[in-house]
Design a protein around this ligand. Structure first.
Ligand SMILES: C[S@@+](CC[C@H](N)C(=O)[O-])C[C@H]1O[C@@H](n2cnc3c(N)ncnc32)[C@H](O)[C@@H]1O
Length: 230
C-alpha cells in the first residue's frame, strides 16, 4: 500500500466512527460481540496491548487487565479513550493508556507486554511482517498474541467473502451512511488483498512465533490466530 492509499484508508476508517458498531453487528449477523468475547478469554492477566483499537469496541469490555490501546488515527483514540475509561472507572479499574502509533513501529520497549491482540486491524497493516516482528519484540517470553480477521480459507471462500461485503454489507452501509460513496467500500478492498489463513500461519512461524494455531469461527466468517513468543 502506498502513502496516498494509506492516507485514504485512514480517512475512510475515521469516517466509520459514528456507525462503526451498528454496521459491524449487521455485517457479522450479530456475531461480533461473541467473537470479541472469545478473544478476551484467550488473553492472560497482566499488561495487554491492543493494536488498532479503533473506537474502543473491544477494549471497553476487557476487564481486569492493565491496558494499552494503540491506533494511528487521533479521532479513533479520542473516541476510544472516553468510552473505555468511563467503563473502566465504573468497574473501579485504573484508566487505560492511549498511544498514537502504528503496528510497524511500536513505541514500546522490548519484553513489555503479557499479551498483544489485534481485532479487525491486521488486514489494514501496510507491512504485516514488520508489524508481527514488532509484536514479537514487545512481548515477554512465553506471552500471547491473538489476531482476529474476516476469514479467508482459500480463493473460493474469499470470493464468497467479497460477494458478502460488496453487496450485503455495502447495501446496508449505503442506507445507514446515506451516501453512495460510503467508507465500507474499503472493507471489500482490504479483504480482497488479504491472504489466506495458511499464509498468516506461515508468516507467524517465519517471524519466530511458536505454538501457532488458527480457528475458523462458526459460521465460517472469521478466523482467530493464536501464537506465543518463544
Ligand atoms: C476496524 S478498526 C478495529 C477496531 C477494534 N479493534 C475492534 O475490535 O472493532 C481497525 C483499526 O486499525 C487501525 N489500523 C490500521 N492500520 C494500522 C496499523 N498499521 N497499525 C496500527 N493500527 C492500524 C485503524 O486506524 C483502525 O482504527
Amino acid at each position: 500500500m502506498g502513502d496516498e492509499e494509506w492516507e485514504e484508508l485512514q480517512r475512510n476508517l475515521e469516517a466509520t466512527i459514528p456507525v462503526y458498531d451498528k454496521i459491524n453487528r449487521f455485517a457479522t449477523l450479530g456475531q461480533v460481540s461473541r467473537w470479541r468475547g472469545m478473544v478476551r478469554k484467550m488473553l492472560p492477566e497482566g499488561r495487554v496491548l491492543e493494536i488498532g483499537c479503533g473506537p474502543g469496541s473491544f477494549a471497553e469490555d476487557l476487564v481486569g487487565r492493565e491496558l494499552v490501546c494503540l491506533d494511528p488515527i487521533p479521532e479513533m483514540l479520542r473516541t476510544a479513550e472516553e468510552r473505555v475509561n468511563v467503563a473502566r472507572k465504573s468497574r473501579g479499574e485504573e484508566p487505560a493508556e492511549f498511544v498514537k502509533g502504528i503496528a510497524e513501529n511500536l513505541p514500546f520497549e522490548d519484553d513489555y507486554f503479557d499479551a498483544v491482540c489485534t481485532l479487525f486491524s491486521f488486514r489494514d497493516w501496510f507491512d504485516k511482517r514488520t508489524g508481527l516482528t514488532e509484536a514479537l519484540r514487545v512481548l515477554k517470553p512465553g506471552a500471547t498474541l491473538v489476531i482476529i480477521e474476516p476469514a479467508k480459507l482459500n480463493s473460493i471462500h474469499g470470493f464468497l467473502g467479497v460477494i458478502w461485503m460488496k453487496y450485503w454489507v455495502a447495501a446496508y452501509a449505503r442506507i445507514v451512511c446515506g451516501v453512495k460513496d460510503h467508507p465500507w467500500k474499503w472493507l471489500t478492498k482490504t479483504y480482497s488483498e488479504f491472504g489466506t489463513t495458511r499464509d498468516y500461519i506461515n508468516m507467524l512461524k517465519q517471524t519466530g512465533f511458536t505454538d501457532v494455531s488458527s480457528k475458523l469461527i462458526f459460521p465460517g466468517m472469521a478466523t482467530i490466530w493464536h501464537a506465543k513468543a518463544p
